[in-house]
Design a protein around this ligand. Structure first.
Ligand code: DON
Length: 567
């Protein structure tokens, strides 16, 4: 098996072109593909194919997810990772659900003001670039935990494809070559000892990217499980990397890291059940609150991105993000009022006061008060196996290529997830998000996330597996993806291709992607107080829909190299 993979993967890219089982969905006009047994949608064709290979070897959905997570760490270094973290939402064919939190944690030596200067002002980029930006990575512990509970194939089988890709290399897509080149200056500045991605000659599409150090790290993980990462040689290399910069992750931090199984957020929207990620992600709570907020509006009748639809969605987003900034943080450290925030009556009552004629200025919208309470780059994949088990998994280094630091000798990138904490109340993070006490830095605490891996049921049956990267826009993108299918009759491909918009309370503006919201509607919105900001791509969403005939309809976001495969 291992030998076979080693020989096979370097040439896999070429095989894609001729493969009839794997079909690319790269244009806006592309129709949804359908598969009958299993489907895998990820940000990279090679990772999708590896997932399908595992399913075809009789692996289950979690086996495939583990193999895909490790493969993405090799072929999609922007966000695929072993040096970051993520969340997995799982639903088995009988309807049992759970979620796995393998989010990074603040190191033991972290403290509230660690990114502030003497005058109490945030030091530019300190929580984004370099060793100090990194939280204690969670991905390897997460994969081991998922495999222990649900896996059926051998751990080494799941690591083998990633090891082969790292060792033998793989052909870069045009987009990847361009991105590698665009980041060279940052990589050189942050990696004084060099890194395999750094080279003088520009990268070109089709160049083979070999990562020997990463291959060796993956081999240690294959051999020893998470101990091959959190202890021994890899841990020594991580701690040595910390000392090369201003980092504070210690051997004890690594050794003590644990992934945590959590009760997912489950709630209803009409006759659908929404199953999504609980804190320390804000995703599940905010997504459910958004859906509940718009449930009573006749969205279907109003239509996709119609004037009223946009107003209702934006006004809901403004309020839900205000609550997010105040009430959400790591539940192990902060008492998150989950029941209040996901109470349908509360969300719907609040929307009754809202005018859809004029924008409510965000300054007039304050987070709700509850009795007893004070107060771009990530990647998503969806997998369904032939038994109907489903995984929705979002994983990240936070910014593209994380902290920009490769652990020297271990060949993987450190995350810059510490920036997801509220570095200072009132100071926006990389995504413009605000926070306060709930999400202040404390040792061992998990930073708040927006990642929203989600599964939707219809009348108790699996309906949809969906998620996306996009920082603060993740929640509103998943919100739109779900409504696109449930209200606006889109198929899987259309639901992820459709242009998107976003409001996050502050800054008080609608972010509008190219092609989103018709011009005449945008003009009316402007007149009624809705400031708009035109921007580039929002997210890279993946979606698998289970059709009434049991077929799996897949949608891979055309904004990237995203790819749907199946059999
Ligand atoms: O956990 C979060 O919410 C962020 N670290 C996600 C970052 C992200 O999605 C960047 N991708 N474009």
């Amino acid at each position: 098996m291992y030998i076979h993979m080693k020989l096979f993967y370097p040439f896999l890219f070429i095989l894609f072109v001729s493969s009839c089982q794997v079909r690319q969905s790269n244009q806006h006009t592309k129709k949804s593909q359908e598969f009958s047994q299993g489907a895998v949608v990820t940000a990279h064709p090679l990772a999708s194919q590896i997932g399908v290979d595992i399913l075809q070897q009789n692996g289950n959905v979690v086996d495939a997810a583990v193999a895909v997570q490790f493969a993405l760490a090799v072929v999609y270094p922007n966000a695929g990772n072993i040096g970051g973290g993520g969340f997995m939402v799982y639903r088995d064919h009988s309807g049992e659900t759970t979620s796995l939190d393998f989010r990074e944690k603040a190191p033991g030596k972290a403290h509230r003001d660690m990114y502030l200067d003497k005058a109490g002002e945030p030091i530019t980029d300190l929580s984004l670039d370099g060793q100090l930006a990194a939280g204690v990575p969670g991905s390897v512990a997460g994969m081991e935990e998922a495999h222990k509970k649900f896996g059926s194939l051998a751990w080494t089988t799941l690591l083998a494809p990633a090891i082969a890709l790292a060792e033998q290399g793989f052909a870069l897509t045009a987009r990847q070559a361009k991105e590698f080149n665009a980041h060279q200056e940052r990589f050189k500045r942050l990696n004084k000892n060099g890194a395999e991605i750094i080279r003088e000659r520009p990268w070109r599409a089709g160049d083979i990217f070999i990562q020997k150090q990463l291959a060796n790290t993956l081999k240690r993980i294959a051999e020893k499980g998470s101990a091959g990462f959190y202890t021994g040689e890899t841990a020594d290399l991580i701690v040595a990397e910390m000392k090369r910069g201003n980092g504070i992750i210690s051997h004890a931090d690594l050794k003590n890291y644990r992934a945590v199984w959590r009760q997912p957020i489950v709630g209803s929207y009409k006759n659908y059940s929404i199953i999504s990620m609980p804190p320390p992600s804000s995703g599940g709570i905010a997504l459910l609150a958004l859906l509940q907020s718009v449930e009573k509006y006749p969205l279907q009748e109003w239509g996709f991105q119609s004037d009223s639809t946009v107003r209702a969605m934006v006004e809901a987003e403004r309020r839900v993000y205000a609550d997010r900034a105040t009430h959400l943080g790591d539940p192990d450290f902060y008492n998150v009022p989950v029941a209040y925030l996901t109470n349908k009556a509360f969300n719907q009552e609040r929307m009754k006061q809202v005018s859809l004629k004029k924008a409510t200025p965000s300054d007039q919208v304050k987070a709700a008060k509850f009795p007893g309470y004070e107060s771009e780059e990530t990647t998503h994949f969806c997998i369904v196996d032939n038994k109907g088990n489903a995984v929705s998994l979002t994983t990240t280094l936070n910014g593209s290529y994380g902290a920009g630091v490769w652990v020297d000798g271990a060949g993987f990138l450190l995350n810059n997830e510490m920036d997801d904490f509220s570095v200072k109340p009132g100071t926006p993070n990389l995504y413009g998000l605000l926070g306060g006490k709930a999400n202040a830095i404390q040792p061992e605490k998990r930073m708040l996330s927006a990642m929203s891996p989600t599964i939707v049921e219809e009348n108790g049956k699996l309906k949809m597996v969906i998620g996306t990267p996009g920082g603060s826009t993740i929640i509103t993108s998943v919100f739109q993806g779900i409504l696109n299918v449930l209200e606006f009759d889109m198929d899987a491909q259309a639901s992820v291709s459709a242009p998107r918009f976003h409001h996050q309370w502050k800054p008080d503006r609608i972010d509008v992607e190219e092609g989103a919201i018709a011009t005449d509607i945008r003009q009316r919105l402007e007149k009624d107080g809705y400031t708009q900001y035109k921007r580039g791509n929002i997210g890279r969403m993946e979606n698998i829909i289970v059709l009434p005939n049991g077929k799996l309809q897949v949608g891979a976001d055309p904004r990237g190299d995203d790819f749907a495969a199946g059999y």
